[in-house]
Design a protein around this ligand. Sequence first.
Ligand code: AMP
Length: 190
Amino acid sequence: MSKLNFVLFGPPGAGKGTQSTFLIERYGLIHLSTGDLLRAEIKAETELGLQAQELMDKGELVGDAIVIGMIRNMMEAHLDAKGFIFDGFPRTRAQAEALDEMLSAKNEPIVAMFALEVPEEELVKRLLGRGATSGRSDDRDEAVIRNRIREYEKKTAPLKDFYSDQGKFKSIDGVGTMAQITERLVKAIG
Ligand code: AMP
C-alpha cells in the first residue's frame, strides 16, 4: 500500500500541532514536527539546540540544512511507517525541494498539502493565549509572534504555489472548534 504522507501547513498558531495529534491517531501516522525536534535539542542543551535557540527566540527561521538533516534522520528511523505528517516543515522552497527529493528516492511522494487558513489577528490572540501556559518564550512576546507571521508570509506562504503546481494544495478553513476542523481535514483526506 502506498504511504500516506501529508504536509500540514499554515502560519504559527493555525492549529497544525493540535490537528496532527488527531490525524496520527486516526490514520496511524508518524508526526514529524521540526519545531518539536528543535525544542528537544534545546532541552538537551546540544550545540545544535544552542544555535537554533537564538533564531527561534527572535522568531526567525533556523537554517535549511539543519531542519532537512533532522527530517532525514527521523524518516530513516521510521522506515516501516504507514506515512508521515510533516508539521512546520517544509518552511522554505529549498526545504520543499529537499523533501520531494528524499520522498521520490523512495517512491513515496507527498499525497496532499493541507493549508489551515486563519486570519492574522486570530493567530496573535491564540498564540498569546498559548504563551500563558505552554512555556514557549516565542509565544509570549507579541513582537516575536508578529515576526514569525512575517517570516511565514515571506518565505513559507509561497509554498502554496509549489504544491498547487503539483495539484496537491488543499485549503482548509482553520477557524472553528477543534472537532470541526478535524472533520474538514478528514473529509479532504477522503
Ligand atoms: P513551530 O513549533 O513550528 O512554531 O517552530 C518554532 C520555531 O522553530 C520557528 O519559529 C523557527 O524558528 C523554528 N523552526 C521550526 N521548523 C522550522 C523549519 N522547518 N525551518 C526553519 N525553522 C524552523
